[in-house]
Ligand binder design. Structure first.
Ligand code: MN
Length: 233
């Protein structure tokens, strides 16, 4: 048995609807700018005919479950919500065709890709990595995983409220790169593995939260999500 100098960090995991086993998390991938109206509000419209999808990652250690109260994070004055459909990978795949992409789907969840928007935009405009803007402790929020093996979600309302006021309201049929295209394309960069999560991008209406705010959201036919913003440390 391997002996470690100190206790290794725990495997991150999420509950699975209808099961006692939990879904162990391998990696967290995120799709950038995947709804036209959000790309426009970020000042970077997307022309799919000449652009490729792009991705960034967040550490599994940033994951928190829906319903949590999280600290308002340090080094930001503009902490944003991004409501997203999350895809949970259940089978390994490399260079998967769009036609076979559904075989990798274990299920889906509702997620929040929390973002230090001030730091992200400085990094973007200086051509620097986004890590401090995106890879935030307690900044990857996810609902339970809903088993839907082999299912390709093509539509469904996606919405988010802050303190009961609607901020984001769209439909996942507006994804620029859809579920099949994301799996096929991402699998040309990575050997996708069971336990990988893919946050598929956020619609328009992103905005800031402050201490005391309560975020609620949902993806129709999948799951609901909630997050409470606590005080800064
Ligand atoms: Mn996002």
């Amino acid at each position: 048995m391997t002996s470690y100098l100190f206790t290794p960090p725990a495997v991150q995991s999420l509950p699975i609807r209808g099961k006692t086993e939990r879904f162990p998390i391998n990696r967290i991938f995120c799709v950038g700018r995947n709804y036209h109206a959000h790309a426009v509000e970020m000042g970077r419209p997307v022309d799919k005919s000449v652009e490729q999808a792009f991705y960034f990652t967040k550490s599994p250690q940033t994951l928190v479950e829906s319903g949590a109260t999280v600290d308002y994070p340090p080094r930001t004055n503009n902490y944003h919500f991004e409501m997203e459909l999350v895809l949970a990978i259940g089978k390994e795949g490399f260079r998967v065709s769009e036609a076979n992409a559904h075989e990798l789907v274990y299920g889906y969840a509702a997620g929040l890709d929390m973002t230090r928007r001030d730091l992200q935009l400085v990094a973007r405009d200086k051509g620097r990595p986004w890590d401090t803007g995106k890879d935030i402790e307690q900044g990857s929020v996810c609902s339970e995983i809903v088993p839907m093996p082999g299912v390709v979600i093509e539509n469904g309302a996606i919405a988010l409220e802050v303190n009961g006021v609607t901020k984001q309201s769209s439909n996942v049929d507006k994804l620029i790169w859809n579920i099949r295209e994301i799996i096929a394309d991402l699998s040309t960069y990575y050997h996708l593995q069971p336990g990988d999560l893919i946050y598929t991008g956020t619609p328009e209406g992103v905005g800031a939260v402050v201490t005391g705010d309560k975020i609620t959201g949902r993806v129709e036919g999948v799951a609901e999500i909630a997050l409470n913003i606590g005080a800064a440390q």
